[in-house]
Design a protein around this ligand. Structure first.
Ligand SMILES: Nc1ncnc2c1ncn2[C@@H]1O[C@H](COP(=O)(O)OP(=O)(O)OP(=O)(O)O)[C@@H](O)[C@H]1O
Ligand SMILES: [Mg+2]
Length: 140
């Protein structure tokens, strides 16, 4: 059980806390793979060249930096760590990766970068919990 763990991160402190829990879970369950997923928002097509490509590159670099920070937070574990930075709606990206990679559990924070104070569970978390093909561990 829990051979393949999917860890979703958006760079928030909540998601890095989820990274520490995912790391401990991977060690305890002797997992094979811990896949770190960072989604970045699609770029509006009306932007036009050359801004379009510049914006994509900037968002990709930002997403890769977030993934790298998560790798460092996870630390040294026996599972293989993989990172994926993908364009699209965060919940849809997370669900798609969970399905195609046969993830056994999705680990994510209860909140993210969203600014709405008082929210107990963010919209990405709500959507993933509602449609996930596997158990979801919401960390708070
Ligand atoms: N772009 C993303 N890529 C990967 N994982 C994400 C992304 N956005 C959110 N998550 C995951 O979902 C968790 C909950 O974030 P969520 O977006 O639901 O809350 P929020 O940002 O506070 O609220 P909202 O986005 O609805 O304003 C995060 O801790 C993270 O694990
Ligand atoms: Mg969010």
């Amino acid at each position: 059980m829990f051979e393949n763990i999917l860890l979703a991160v958006d760079g928030s402190e909540h998601s890095l806390h989820a990274a520490r829990v995912a790391s401990a879970l991977a060690q305890a369950m002797k997992s094979q793979t811990l896949r770190i997923v960072v989604a970045f928002e699609p770029i509006p097509v009306h932007l036009g060249e050359p801004f379009m490509q510049e914006t994509i590159n900037a968002r990709l670099r930002e997403a890769e930096a977030i993934a790298q920070e998560a790798v460092e937070t996870v630390g040294t574990i026996s599972a293989e760590i993989q990172t994926e930075t993908l364009e699209g709606n965060p919940a849809e990206v997370i669900l798609e990766v969970a399905k195609t990679q046969n993830s056994n559990v999705i680990v994510m924070g209860s909140r993210g970068l969203g600014k709405l104070a008082g929210l107990l569970l963010g919209s990405t978390g709500q959507k993933v919990v509602s449609h996930a093909p596997c158990p979801v561990l919401i960390v708070r």
